[in-house]
Design a protein around this ligand. Structure first.
Ligand SMILES: [Fe+2]
Length: 362
């Protein structure tokens, strides 16, 4: 299953061509006439600027959910592609139309600091959300005609609630710019990644990575043309290539063999990543932010057993990129045998070498 980003000219949308009223963004997902009708329905509910509180947002979603004549003919129900359409945007708020089929959900996410509300117009949705305690999850089922609101710290997973197709109206204030996605772990919800988004509840969802990546790539391409860099600088790709040129590559099997000799495997991944991915038994965990201070033989904060110029240090990160730069840095401070695990923890695990769940810091 993937997620459809229907912005301009998608199913049911018409290319805007005429003038739009103040506060509406030209080129938003529906025709100018439709935008005007929606703006009229929202009159008095959506200010031209500022921020709407969670207490005021259900009026926005509720009034549109109760007027299907404004949007019902635009809805596309697709069992394979979760569908959405931006309906309205002002400086204070954006509003979206979403369609849901059986099995479709959003995955766990927040709203980048925006408050929000959603109202079920048709069918049924289920929302799981993180309770105030942070560790426990709550669940509520929402039928047609019901709406909920949430503040900027809300983290939830919204899903089709069973039965036939569902349709809902979602609003965010300030307008949604980014969402962080979370992984459910034994430690609770761990932030996985933050993505700039073009679609409410839908820039990412289960199975929606390809769409999101395509959007992100397009955004990056747009940005790249405007970036002007000072002369003499290197891109991260150039930096990596230069670092790799001076390093021995250690494949996982070779690294394992070296560990039985005199090498030390140093894991520089942050706790959050180790919790999600797992660990290598016996690896020494040193945060990337303190690595040089722990391994410089001249440092007061050094680990004596490791901070030796002749010590064979194999730096490991998740995929073998950050560790390359880290190993190159260690060489510069005198650890001439420092190298990195090619492909990182992911390659180690893929090779079937020993791993274990991350050990609790407590
Ligand atoms: Fe959401």
């Amino acid at each position: 299953m993937s997620v459809a980003a229907v912005g301009h000219g998608g199913p049911g949308a018409q290319e805007p061509s005429g003038a739009v009223s103040s506060g509406l963004r030209r080129g938003w997902g529906v025709s100018p006439g439709r935008q005007e009708a929606i703006a009229r329905a929202l009159q008095g509910l959506v200010p031209g600027g500022g921020r709407l509180s969670p207490a005021r947002l259900p009026a926005v979603t509720g009034v549109l959910a109760a007027q299907p004549d404004l949007w019902a003919d635009l809805v596309v129900h697709d069992p394979d592609v979760r569908w959405y359409l931006p309906l309205h945007r002002s400086n204070s708020c954006d509003v979206w139309l979403l369609a849901w089929e059986r099995g479709q959900d959003t995955d766990w996410h927040d709203h980048g600091g925006s408050s929000g509300s959603f109202a079920v117009a048709d069918g049924c949705l289920v929302e799981q959300y993180r309770a105030a305690s942070g560790r426990r999850f709550s669940r509520r089922q929402l039928a047609a005609g019901q709406a909920v609101a949430f503040g900027p710290g809300h983290v939830h997973n919204v899903a089709h609630g069973g039965g036939g197709s569902a349709t809902s109206i979602h609003a965010y204030s300030p307008p949604l710019l980014a969402m962080t996605y979370y992984q459910v772990t034994g430690y609770g919800l761990i932030a996985r990644e933050t993505v700039a988004i073009e679609g409410a509840e839908g820039a990412r969802g289960r199975g929606g990575a390809e769409t999101a990546l395509a959007d992100a790539t397009a955004s990056a391409a747009e940005l790249r043309s405007e970036v002007v860099l000072p002369g003499g600088t290197q891109s991260i790709d150039e930096l990596l290539a230069k670092a790799r040129g001076g390093l021995e590559r250690m494949r996982p099997e070779a690294a394992l063999a070296a560990l039985t000799d005199d090498a030390a495997l140093v894991d520089i991944r942050p706790l959050e990543q180790r919790i999600v991915e797992g660990e290598v038994p016996g690896a020494i965990i040193i945060g990337r932010n303190v690595l040089e201070w722990r391994l410089d033989p001249r440092s007061d904060a050094r680990i004596p057993a490791l901070a030796r110029t002749d010590r064979h240090i194999i730096v490991m990160c998740s995929e073998g990129f950050a560790s390359t730069l880290a190993a190159a840095s260690l060489r510069k401070i005198g650890l001439h045998r420092a190298t990195y695990l090619e492909g990182g923890f992911q390659a180690w695990k893929a090779a079937g070498l020993p791993t274990r769940p991350a050990q609790s810091p407590g």
